[in-house]
Design a protein around this ligand. Structure first.
Ligand code: SAH
Length: 350
């Protein structure tokens, strides 16, 4: 193994941070041996805080209407081939009730930016979920809103908000999004969410078109500055009906390496293995947990809409009952020495 890399990994574990040049060195000099050492350190750190527990979140993809046109995303507004759907409050509550019986104690409402759901509608849904399941956390994830909207959902009882920053490099952001979207606005939302009191998650795609190691260093620096409770990363996967149809997917290897780095940077962070990681490799999620991740987010959406929430091609688990998904994931986690637990799975503060 490259001894300089090993020393940098030790330094990252001790300090929780490296200089930009040091992050770049680590990324540019990756090797299987260095990665194994990184993962071993990441597992040790994770074990100290979260033991062998893996938290689960029930993901409810409640709308695939979107007013945005992100070049990478399968539910972008310009994709005329996407068959659009919305779930009613009753359907969402049914998903939660079924999920509760299966042992889920966090529900994630994710969707496109769909103006149909007014702040009142969202607040009403959040209140209804919290009334039915007071022991559960509600996570929201449907993009950029005004501060007062975020405040209204929080007042209704929402606990967490996921908003990937997608890339912390301004030029790169402009290559992934149309001109009306900005990195500055995205970051502002994240700071506001934090300020309001949410547990906040940011994150980015690995191997998105035009991404360089320098972009990834920017991501790491921004994440350290934000100090989020959660970080969602997963490989970019092309979708055939988007401008990025012909682009290459991100790699398992780089995604795992970044999971390991993130665990050492923020030892307490809630770090999911994403469906995208399971899509590019059959054992992607197991390997993700072995690299330092500690959360899985299986799908609770009704079966008849699953195939319509296609952010990228070949998404896995679109035909499986929620119960099957949970059983399958429990088995996968056990196969690598971890266990799914029935718990809200909050951030463990010091
Ligand atoms: N509209 C919400 C939720 C977006 S979907 C929002 O703006 O936050 C959740 C995440 O899926 C996105 O943040 C993006 O990082 C990821 N995603 C979208 N298209 C993808 C693709 N082609 N490959 C991999 N991940 C993708």
């Amino acid at each position: 193994m490259n001894n300089d890399s090993k020393l940098l990994i030790d330094k990252l574990e001790a300090d929780g941070a490296l200089s930009p040049a040091e992050y770049l060195f680590l990324l540019e000099n990756r090797s299987p041996e260095t990665a194994q050492y990184l993962f071993e350190r990441a597992r040790t750190v994770r074990q100290r805080i979260y033991g062998d527990e893996v938290y689960t979140r029930g993901l409810i993809e409640f709308t695939n209407y979107c007013k945005n046109d992100c070049y990478y995303c399968g539910i972008r507004k310009s994709n005329r081939e996407a068959e659009r759907y919305r779930l009613t409050k009753e359907q969402i509550l049914e998903c939660c009730a079924a999920g509760y019986d299966l042992g889920f104690r966090t529900f994630v409402l994710q969707g496109g930016e769909d103006p149909f759901y007014s702040d009142e509608k969202i607040a009403d849904i959040v209140r209804a979920i919290k009334a039915a399941h007071p022991d559960c956390a509600v996570t929201l994830s449907f993009g950029e809103k005004d501060r007062k909207s975020y405040e209204a959902y929080f007042a209704a009882g929402a606990d967490r908000y996921l908003l990937r920053h997608e890339t912390a490099d301004c030029d790169h952001y402009g290559k992934l999004h149309p001109g009306e979207m900005s990195l500055q606005r995205r970051k502002q939302c994240l700071w506001e969410l934090k300020d309001i009191g949410y547990e906040v998650g940011c994150g980015f795609m690995v191997g998105s078109p035009y991404q360089t190691n320098e972009c990834l260093v920017e991501d790491l620096l921004f994440i350290k500055e934000l100090n989020p409770h959660m970080i969602g990363i997963g490989p970019f996967i092309p979708h055939g009906s988007t401008p990025f149809a012909g682009q290459a997917a991100g790699s398992l290897e780089l995604t795992l390496f970044l999971l390991g780095i993130l665990r050492l940077m923020l030892p307490r962070v809630l770090l999911p293995v994403t469906t995208a990681l399971g899509t590019i490799h059959p054992a992607g999620r197991e390997q993700g947990v072995l690299a330092g991740a500690n959360v899985v987010m299986p799908n609770l959406s009704p079966l008849n809409v699953r195939k319509k929430y296609m952010l990228y091609d070949n998404k896995i688990c679109t035909g499986d009952e929620a119960a099957e998904c949970r059983r399958c994931l429990a088995g996968r986690m056990e196969s690598v020495g971890y266990r799914l637990v029935v718990a809200r799975g909050d951030y463990k503060a010091v």
